[in-house]
Design a protein around this ligand. Structure first.
Ligand SMILES: [Zn+2]
Ligand SMILES: [Zn+2]
Length: 417
């Protein structure tokens, strides 16, 4: 077996790894580069057969639903079978109705935790991992007697922390090459760790208690761990989590019973449909979507009265609806995503300015979706691969001092496993 990383040896974004054995090939991820401005002008990596013209390209396996791992798939031929988690497929389908540039992808086969799938010469065993993206997998692959382990994106401090501990406790054995992500290197000192989702929950509880009006939490609806954190904090403070139709559909699409969603049996949950979304639903002929949660609906005229007992999953453009409903008295905004989105010129910066002009307090409460250096060291030591190749990192030069058996690869170079 041999592999080549097309993108990711020196950057986060555009992850794509090609594996070849016995004349057959598969891809792990086909992501959008971070610096891509639009899909049309972004080139596919130089993988033979992405136009559908090579029968030996057997499948594209997507580790999870983040765009830096699947974003270039729409440019590849639809003839190439896609393999991904079932929840990843359904969340992407739900998001496609609401998010510009989002797309519904159809899986030919599913990744399931611990379940072997054979694709040509490749024996593939996915491991569900803890990550800010839901339904994310690390992937173990054996071909021609050689074994590779790809970490995908993962962490140890989220709501699936047990999955990380299980991975460290019973790691894949006899791994020849491990491709390990290093997103946190350079963002966090080697001896620092990120706060856990549980710690975040407690901070939210304190803040919600201190908020007289509506608590507005700006986080991604697809960061399911965070939505659960916010929901639990809302419930603990006697508040109702208010989500829009997009978040409602994403929560339903997870397919997990223990994820809050607007279906019978869930309390402290309501659905508010902002004006802009109401028009979007109507214009796209998908208004009937929201019929199923009619009893969960919160109407504009109820917002002001419910404000002090509500937490809203919020995006900047919803401010207008809250303003028109006179529901902003005593409100606070909590930014619960990467602070890079607050840089000058970004929508986050505009929100900060909007809050300042309205006298609404603004605070960041967030933790990373990626493992800190200490947890990465535990993982690397547990797997103990013959070679460890850095991927999904801007700081590959930090790897040799942190981990054993590090081998640096270059984008586009074949490496024999
Ligand atoms: Zn990710
Ligand atoms: Zn990623």
């Amino acid at each position: 077996m041999r592999i080549r990383i097309h993108r990711g040896t020196r950057e986060i974004g555009g992850t794509c790894i090609e594996l070849e054995s016995a004349g057959s090939r598969i891809l792990l991820d086909l992501g959008l580069p971070l610096n891509a401005t639009d899909l049309a002008s972004t080139l596919l990596p130089e993988v033979d057969g992405l136009d559908g013209g090579s029968a030996d390209l057997l499948a594209i396996i997507l580790s999870h639903g983040h765009r830096d791992h699947w974003g270039l798939v729409p440019k590849a031929s639809r003839k190439i079978p896609l393999v991904m988690g079932k929840a990843t497929e359904s969340i992407m389908r739900a998001a496609a109705d609401f998010v510009p540039d989002a797309i519904a992808l159809n899986a030919a086969r599913y990744l399931e935790h611990g379940k072997l799938i054979q694709i040509g010469p490749f024996a593939i065993v996915p491991r569900l991992v803890d990550h800010s993206g839901f339904d994310a997998y690390a992937i173990e692959i054996e071909a021609a007697g050689k074994r590779l382990f790809y970490s995908g994106d993962l962490r140890a401090h989220g709501r699936k922390a047990k999955m990380f501990e299980a991975l460290v406790h019973t790691p894949p054995r006899a791994i020849d090459i491990m491709l390990m992500e290093g997103s946190s290197l350079g963002r966090l000192a080697d001896d620092e760790s990120f706060p856990t989702e549980e710690a975040l929950e407690n901070i939210f509880v304190d803040r919600f208690k201190d908020t007289t009006g509506m608590a507005l939490v700006a986080c991604s609806a697809q960061n399911i761990d965070r939505v659960v954190t916010v929901y639990r904090a809302a419930k603990r403070t006697g508040r109702t989590l208010v989500v829009d139709a997009y978040a409602a559909e994403v929560l339903k699409a997870t397919g997990y019973d223990n994820i809050p969603k607007p279906v019978a049996g869930w309390s402290n949950l309501a659905v508010f449909i902002p004006q802009r979304q109401r028009l979007h639903l109507k214009n796209n002929g998908i208004a009937p979507l929201v019929d199923s949660y009619r009893e969960f609906r919160l109407w504009p005229e109820q917002l002001a009265q419910k404000a002090s007992r509500a937490v809203m999953l919020f995006r900047p453009w919803m401010m207008r609806d809250l303003d028109q409903a006179n529901a902003l008295s005593g409100a606070k905004v909590f930014w619960s995503q990467w602070d890079g989105y607050l840089r000058a010129g970004s929508p986050g910066a505009a929100l900060m300015a909007d809050c300042e002009s309205r006298g609404i307090p603004f605070e960041t409460i967030h933790t990373s979706g990626h493992a800190g250096p200490g947890d990465l060291r535990r993982l690397a030591a547990a797997v103990a691969p013959k070679k460890l190749i850095p991927i999904h990192t801007f700081e590959r030069d930090k790897f040799p001092s942190l981990f054993e058996k590090v081998v640096l690869a270059n984008d586009g170079d074949w490496v024999l496993v």
